[in-house]
Design a protein around this ligand. Sequence first.
Ligand code: 7RM
Length: 648
Amino acid sequence: MEQHVYPPAAQARIQGMEAYQALCAEAEADHASYWARLAREFLSWQTPFTKSLNDSEAPFFKWFEDGKLNASYNCLDRHVQAGKGERTAIIFETDGGESRKVSYAELLALVCQMANGLKSRGIKKGDRVVIYMPMSVEGVAAMQACARIGATHSVVFGGFSAQSLRDRINDAGAVALITADEQMRGGKALALKGIVDEALDGGVCPTLKDVIVYRRTGGAVGWVEGRDLWLHELLQGASSICEPEWVEAEHPLFLLYTSGSTGKPKGVQHSTGGYLLHAALTTSWTFDLQDSDIFWCTADIGWVTGHSYITYGPLALGGTEIVFEGVPTYPDAARFWQMIAKHKVTIFYTAPTAIRSLIKAAETNDAVHPKHHDLSSLRLLGSVGEPINPAAWEWYFQNVGGGRCPIVDTFWQTETGGHMITPLPGVTPMVPGSCTLPFPGITAAIVDEMGNDVPNGTGGILVVKKPWPAMIRTIWGDPERFKKSYYPEELKGYYLAGDGAIRSADRGYFTITGRIDDVLNVSGHRMGTMEIESALVAHTELVAEAAVVGRPDDLTGEAICAFVVLKRARPTGEEAKAIAKELRDWVAKEIGPIAKPKEIRFGDNLPKTRSGKIMRRLLRSLAKNEPVTQDISTLENPAILEQLAQAN
Ligand code: 7RM
C-alpha cells in the first residue's frame, strides 16, 4: 500500500525536528538533569527538590523525592495568584445541551470548600477516597479536593457494576466515597447512588465511613442515616479558603484500577510530582495548549485519559477546556461537530472507536456528517486508546480537520501517566496508523524475548529502557505483582508495556501491533480475558468452564468472544440464544456493560492439550471464523473444533 506522509504544523511549542532532536540529546546526555530542569520549569514547588532520580531500589524508582508540592495548588492557586482568576477554566456542557463557564477563581473556591468538607469528616493525608461520579465540574473538583488535602483518589468509571465498585473500595481500603444521585447519558437518568447502595449492602466495605452525594438530577435515592450525606449540605458554611497540604513528590496522588492479564484489576499507583510534571509537559508539547485555545478531551474522568488530559494537564497550564457530560450520539451523531462549532474548540482529543462509529453514522445518515458544521476553529486533533486504522485517520484528517490539522496519535497507558510515543505538532511528519516517535526523554525501544534490540522493520516487544517521572510506582498492596508484571527478569530491567510494536525501516516510526498478553482492547477500554472468564464461571448454576478471546472488529477494534461449557447439555437454537443473553447480562452485572461478550458459543468441551491447557490460539481462529491452520497434534479432543466453529 502506498504510504502518505503528512507535514507537521507550521508553528507549535516545540518547533522543528532539530529542536526535537536537541531535547532527545539533552535527555540522552543526562537523563536525571533533563527531567529535573523540566520539573522546575513546569511545576511550582513549595520545597524545591535537590535530588532528581533515585534508582537505588529499582524498579521502585523515586523522582524529586525531597521536594514538596501540591497538585491542586499547581492547577488552580498559581493561576489565580498570577491574575488569571477570571479566566475560564471549564466550559461544562450537560447531556441536554446547556452550558456554563467556571472561572479559575470559582473552581478554586469550590475545590477549597470540598477540601474543607472532606477535612470536616476527618479525611486526611494518605486516606483513600473513591470517586464514582458523572462527568461534571464537581467530579473534577472532587479529584482536585482530594489532591488538595493529600488524600489519594481512586476514580471508578460510572459504567462499572456494584461488584466492581465494591472490589475497588475494598482493595484500596477507602474511607469515603463521593458519588451522585444519578447521571444523565443520552437523555436517560442512570442510577449511581443505587449502584453504590448495592455495592455497600450488608456492610461488606468495612473501611468505608462516608458516602457523599452530589445532587445532579434530584431523582429519588435510598438513604442510610449516619453514612450518607449530601454534598451541598457538606459545602454549606464550608470556607472557600483551604491551605493546601504540601506533600512529598512521591506521595500517591491517585490509584486507578486497570485490567491485567491475570487475576483481578490492579490498582496502578501514581505519584504527585512526577505524574503532574508529565501531564503538564505533554499537554504543552503534544497539544501545544496556549491561552487562546479551547481544549476538548472527550474521555471520561474514570479513565486515565480523563485524569491526565482533563483534571490535571490542561489545568496545570491554566488552559480552558470543555467538560462534557453526555455521549457522542445524543441527540444525534453530530453532537461532537455541533459542540466543536458552538464552543469554537481548537484542540480535539478523542478515541478511534468514537471516530469509526461517527464515520458509520455519517455514511448511513448524511445529516450527521461533520461537513454541515463550521469546524474551522480546530487546529489540532488527537487520538488515543487503541491503534487508529489508516482509513479512519484519513477521514478524521479530511472531514474533521479540514485537511489542515495535524493528528497526534498518542500511544500511552494507565501505567505511563501520559504520552509515551506521539507526533509533536510542530515537529513530526505523520504517517497514518503510526504513533511515530518517542516523546523526548522517553527511551522506548523494541526488543526480543531476551531484551535484545531488534532491527527496524522487525516486530518485537515494546519496552522503555529508562525510568521516567510519570511512571507507575507500584500496584497498590502488591509490589510483587508490580515487579512481575512490568519488570520481568529476562528483560534487563526494562519496563514492559505489554504491547507488540514494529519500527519502520525508513523513518524508525513506531506502529503498535496490539497487546502481547491476555488483555483485550474493546472500544479503547482495557479488559482482561481472565476477568471475563472469572465472571462467567461465577455463574455457578449454569457455567462449568469458559474461555474468552478477542477477535478483530471493524467498529470496536476488538470484540469479546466467549466459549462456554455449560453444566447442562449443550444448548442449540432458541435455547442457546436465551442462555447467551442471560450470560451476557450476568457479565454486565458482574463487571459492567463494557465487558459483555459480543458472541457466546457453546461446546461440550473446550479444545485442550493432553496436559489440560486450553488452546487459546485455536479459539482465536475459531472466533474469527477462520479455518484452523495451527498444529493440532497435541490436541486431546480435535472433534470439538467443528462444534465450536459454528455460531449459535
Ligand atoms: C491511554 C490508554 C493502554 C493500551 C495500550 C495499547 C492501547 C493506547 C494507543 C494504543 C495503539 C495508540 N490507557 N493504546 N493508545 N494502541 N495506538 N495511540 O488507553 O491503560 O486504558 O490502555 O491501549 O494497547 O497498552 S489504557
